[in-house]
Structures are given as structure tokens and as C-alpha cells.
Design a protein around this ligand. Structure first.
Ligand SMILES: Cc1cc2nc3c(=O)[nH]c(=O)nc-3n(C[C@H](O)[C@H](O)[C@H](O)COP(=O)(O)OP(=O)(O)OC[C@H]3O[C@@H](n4cnc5c(N)ncnc54)[C@H](O)[C@@H]3O)c2cc1C
Length: 338
């Protein structure tokens, strides 16, 4: 049987998840991941990695639920297996606190995480500026371990790896039957998507092994996430800001805000500082299209624009993209019969 040649552009958490899903489910496909940057140099590598979604305005809620549930169940299974330390995936319990009671006290994802409940007044006393809180257990996924683990899983499924810049999808049209675009922020230039923009994020890693529970301010800007080797504290959310350098003003702001939430952090040593650009988009783009490249019609499946929730949603949208790849292959086989 003729192998179908599939190119996946992008080796962040979205690209590698998608590539693994395709390579494992469709053994008659020869899948190549090609990317300018691999771990440890992708945006995904530095993500704080807490698994917690937001709600996108124009995607049906049922689809978003499916994305989250599939991702959560996949990561939970890893966290509860012997692969957990190597894959960098662990259970994480803690709270999300709000200065004002949010419109939705029970968000759509509350049914999927473990043990979701409102915090009691006694628990909230620790946070005098906050009036409402949610306690639950989720998963933390440390991509600096998870990406090499996924890449290894991809290779075991027969996948190929190629380091290169793809300047245009046209470059791939003669060598591949199908392209899967997981280029994150790179989609802005690769497919000319004007809806994609950078959302700059700065985080610090600190040594505070006594902290075991995460604390996240509901505004999404201040968080403390204990991990396997250190505690990630953050952050910033600067839309349209392309700067990749560490900003000392941001560092001071992060330390100030986090120490206000957790005063013991004044005793923590800063281990590292990091900046990444989230692939901002009003809604992630998970869809297929047929493009005309060098006189040939080529199917492209897009899976990018996850903004600040790529680690959270990567596996769910990868399964969705796999479904779209199946549809493309079905159409291709029909065409071949005509
Ligand atoms: C500070 C910070 C904290 C975060 N915290 C969290 C969190 O707690 N939870 C969460 O869910 N998310 C979080 N995120 C968001 C998360 O990091 C992103 O949503 C996610 O990394 C996006 O993954 P991706 O694979 O789409 O993109 P990337 O990781 O950026 O990967 C893109 C890939 O495409 C390749 N590429 C792009 N263009 C081309 C081209 N033309 N040719 C070849 N290769 C190309 C790149 O080289 C790279 O391999 C955070 C982000 C930041 C910055």
C-alpha cells in the first residue's frame, strides 16, 4: 500500500501532540515533523504549564469541552502512571482566587477537574484582597520534559524529524500529500494570518520547595505554580509586544505581586527568568482547507492560535485535527477513484 506523506509544521506542544496522534492512529501515513525550533527552544518549553482553560468566544462550547476533557484525561493518565516523572506531568492541587465574584462561579471546566469546590471563608482569610475562590486539583505539564517525551513517542511510532524553516507551504507541496500547520505564532507569516498576534509572557523559576499548592489570581496575571524541580511564578500578558528580553521591571512586579499572595516567597532564591510569546488569537484555528499550490490542490489542516492555553488544549485539539486529517484522506481516496 502506498504511504501517505504528511508534513506537520511545528514542534511545540501542539505540533508534537498532533504528530503523535496521527502517527499512532494512521500507520499508513509517513509523518514528518519539521520545525525551525525544537525543545528546549520553543515557546511551549517555558510555559508555566498549568492545565486550565479559558472560554473562546466563537467556538461552540461543546467543542471546547471536548478539547479540554480529552486533554485533561490524557494528561491525568500520564500523571497517574510510571511515566509521570520522565514526562514531567504531575497532579497539582490549589486554588484560583478572585478580588470580585466572577460572573461564572462554576466554569464549564469544573466538571472535568478533580474535586472542584468553592473555597470557604476561613480559607479565603489568607487572601484579604480576595472575596471568592475555587479549590480543585488539575495537572501541571512541564514541557521541557514533556516535549522530549512526546518526540520520543513520535519516533517510536515511525515518525521523522527535520529541522528547517518553512517559508511557504508551497515549499512542501511537491513532497507531501497533506500538510498540518501547527506553527503557533509563526502562522502569522507562514499563512499570512493577520488575526495572530504575540502576547508576551515573563515568568521566574524560584527555589521554594516548601510550597506544594498552586495559587492563581483569577485575572490570570499573577500565579504561583509549584513544579517538579522548582516553583514557577508569573506573570505578564502584554499583547502585541514582541520583546524576548527579560524586563527587570516585570521581574520586580512579578516578585511583588507573588509575595503579596504568598509572603514566604520573599525567602525564595530566583533560579531563572524567561520570556515567551504566546500565539494570541481570538479563537484557535482548528480547521481544514484546500489550497491551490503550484497548480496542485493540497489539503491543509490548521491547528494553531491557542493563546495562553496551548499546553491545556494541545491533546484535545490534536485529536480534533486527527479527525480532520481522516476527512482529508477520505476525500483524497475518493479523488483517486474518480
Ligand atoms: C509565560 C507563559 C506562560 C504560559 N503558561 C501556560 C500555562 O500555564 N498553561 C497553558 O496551557 N499554556 C500556557 N502558555 C501558553 C503556551 O505556551 C502556548 O499556548 C503553547 O506553547 C503554544 O504551542 P504551539 O505548539 O502552538 O507553539 P510553539 O511552542 O511556539 O511552537 C511553534 C512551532 O512552530 C515552529 N514554526 C513556526 N513557524 C515556522 C516556520 N515557518 N517554519 C518552521 N517551523 C516553524 C516553531 O519553530 C515551533 O517549533 C504560556 C505561555 C507563556 C509565554
Amino acid at each position: 500500500m502506498k504511504m501517505v506523506k504528511v508534513a506537520v509544521v511545528g514542534a511545540g506542544v501542539v505540533g508534537l501532540s498532533t504528530a503523535v496522534c496521527i502517527a499512532e492512529a494512521l500507520p499508513f501515513c509517513c509523518v514528518t515533523v519539521m520545525a525551525e525550533r525544537f525543545s528546549p527552544d520553543t515557546t511551549s518549553d517555558g510555559a508555566a504549564g498549568i492545565v486550565l482553560p479559558a472560554q473562546f468566544p466563537d467556538i461552540p462550547l461543546e467543542r471546547q469541552k471536548q478539547w479540554f476533557k480529552n486533554s485533561f484525561d490524557h494528561l491525568l493518565a500520564i500523571a497517574q502512571s510510571q511515566h509521570s516523572p520522565e514526562a514531567g506531568v504531575m497532579l497539582s492541587s490549589g486554588c484560583q482566587i478572585f478580588k470580585e465574584v466572577p460572573a461564572e462561579k462554576k466554569p464549564f471546566w469544573s466538571e472535568f477537574v478533580i474535586g472542584f469546590r468553592e473555597m470557604t471563608d476561613v480559607e479565603l482569610k489568607r487572601f484579604p484582597l480576595h472575596t471568592f475562590g475555587q479549590a480543585f486539583t488539575t495537572v501541571k505539564c512541564e514541557c521541557s520534559s514533556y516535549l522530549p517525551w512526546l518526540q520520543n513517542r513520535f519516533s517510536k511510532a515511525g515518525g521523522l524529524i527535520e529541522q528547517r524553516i518553512v517559508s511557504s507551504l508551497q515549499d512542501l507541496s511537491s513532497s507531501f500529500d497533506l500538510i498540518v500547520n501547527c506553527s503557533g505564532l509563526g502562522a502569522k507569516s507562514l499563512v499570512g494570518d493577520g488575526e495572530v498576534y504575540p502576547v508576551r509572557g515573563q515568568v521566574l523559576k524560584v527555589d521554594a520547595p516548601w510550597l506544594k499548592h498552586f495559587i492563581r489570581d483569577g485575572d490570570g496575571k499573577t500565579y504561583i505554580y509549584p513544579g517538579i524541580h522548582s516553583v514557577t511564578i508569573g506573570g505578564t500578558r502584554q499583547e502585541g509586544d514582541w520583546r524576548l528580553e527579560v524586563d527587570q521591571g516585570d521581574t520586580r512586579g512579578i516578585l511583588e505581586r507573588c509575595c503579596r499572595l504568598e509572603p514566604s516567597l520573599t525567602k525564595a532564591k530566583v533560579l531563572s527568568e524567561w520570556v515567551g510569546l504566546r500565539p494570541g488569537r481570538k479563537n484557535p484555528r482548528v480547521e481544514r482547507e484546500v489550497v491551490q499550490l503550484q497548480g496542485r490542490q493540497l489539503s491543509v489542516v490548521h491547528n494553531y492560535g491557542h493563546s495562553g492555553w496551548g499546553v491545556t488544549l494541545a491533546w484535545g485539539t490534536a485529536l480534533d485535527a486527527l479527525g480532520l486529517v481522516r476527512q482529508c484522506l477520505h476525500d483524497l481516496s475518493l479523488q483517486a477513484k474518480l
